[in-house]
Design a protein around this ligand. Structure first.
Ligand SMILES: NCc1[nH]cc(CCC(=O)O)c1CC(=O)O
Length: 334
């Protein structure tokens, strides 16, 4: 039942009384952002002791395995609970059958294993979708121009098991195929990975806000067409609730809304309706807008960063995937 706030008529009620000082504002703050709320997405690439800055994401670089381990230690030291690994792949590593996706020693799995052994207390999330391995840049297998669902799910299950074997704590299916959560959950149970969690990208929209990410993973040039036959139409909200219900009923432990800030209405409705652990992904385009405007001196970047993350908490999110994670953690710890 919604609360009915009771306020006496002015002047008995002056709502400004509780905004007068920082101490009073702190006392009545309804939400709080903590380092515990952060998942830090990191981009990894082949090589040694190297980092390649991503031009459309100022402050973010692709890291070689050894540098990714250093970043993971940094996350641990800052109190960030989880990192999420995204591999950059060269065109030559991409094929129509996407076989590298479930290779036990592909880059993502090697990085997972290396971080798990160096920083065992850090939670590692991995991405399940075929796009880094697909010659045509799609998240699913393409046959005659169609992204085929069921064959893709079989491939995603193999990918999931390889990631779990490498040491992933949280599997993050970002592919938007139908039936994948149930299939992954079933396979994880059957193979002895009953404690591996699934954070489903349940309500993932076909968004132009992913542009810089596709640069970061080397997919921009590869993608043929768009992802509208599997990612959601930005016009829809009821459908997001059906997707979340479906994924929870198939065994997802946590759910995600993506992108973040333009879809806060979806976050709020998902949290209210289901009460499940709910996450938002503040995606690459959101990051680029804030850092781009900040670099131009058009906004106060740090303040906008903090305000944008608080907005997710206000909308009911339990946590946020954000490229700002280490910066925010440093500020919160200061
Ligand atoms: N499966 C791909 C994937 N996983 C995360 C993102 C986007 C993340 C971001 O923009 O920060 C994407 C891009 C896409 O769907 O094309």
């Amino acid at each position: 039942m919604p609360l009915t706030p009771i306020t006496a008529p002015f002047p008995a009620t002056r709502l400004r009384r509780l905004r007068r000082t920082a101490a009073l504002r702190g006392l009545v703050a309804e939400n709080v952002l903590s380092v515990n709320d952060l998942i830090w997405p990191i981009f990894v690439m082949e090589g040694e002791n190297d980092a390649h800055p991503i031009p459309s994401m100022p402050g973010v670089s692709r890291l070689t395995l050894d540098r990714a381990v250093v970043a993971a230690k940094e996350a641990r030291d800052l109190g960030i609970p989880a990192v999420c690994i995204f591999p950059y792949t060269q065109a030559s590593a991409r094929t129509e059958d996407c076989a590298l996706a479930w290779s036990p020693d592909n880059l993502s799995n090697r990085v997972t294993a290396a971080i798990k052994s160096a920083v065992p207390e850090l939670a590692i999330m991995t991405d399940v979708a075929l796009d880094p391995y697909n010659a045509n840049g799609h998240d699913g297998i393409v046959r005659d121009g169609v992204i085929v669902n069921d064959e893709t799910v079989d491939a995603l299950v193999k990918m999931t098991l390889a990631q779990a074997a490498a040491g992933a704590d949280i599997i993050g299916p970002s592919d938007m195929m139908d039936g994948r959560i149930g299939a992954m959950r079933h396979a994880l149970e059957a193979d002895g990975f009953q404690d591996v969690a699934i954070l489903s990208y349940s309500a993932k929209y076909a968004s132009a806000f992913y542009g810089p990410f596709r640069d970061a993973v080397g997919a921009s040039g590869a993608l043929v067409g768009d992802k509208k036959t599997y990612q959601m139409n930005p016009a829809n909200a009821e459908e997001a609730l059906r997707l979340v219900a479906r994924d929870l009923s198939e065994g997802a432990d946590m759910v995600m809304v993506k992108p973040g800030l333009p879809y806060l209405d979806i976050c709020r409705r998902v949290k209210d309706q289901f009460g499940a652990p709910t996450y938002a992904y503040q995606v690459s385009g959101e990051y680029a807008m804030i850092t781009g405007a900040g670099a131009n001196g058009w906004i106060n970047e740090e303040q906008v960063m903090m305000e944008s993350l608080m907005a997710f908490k206000r909308a009911g999110c339990d946590g946020i995937l954000t490229y700002f994670a280490p910066r925010v953690a440093r500020l919160l710890n200061a």
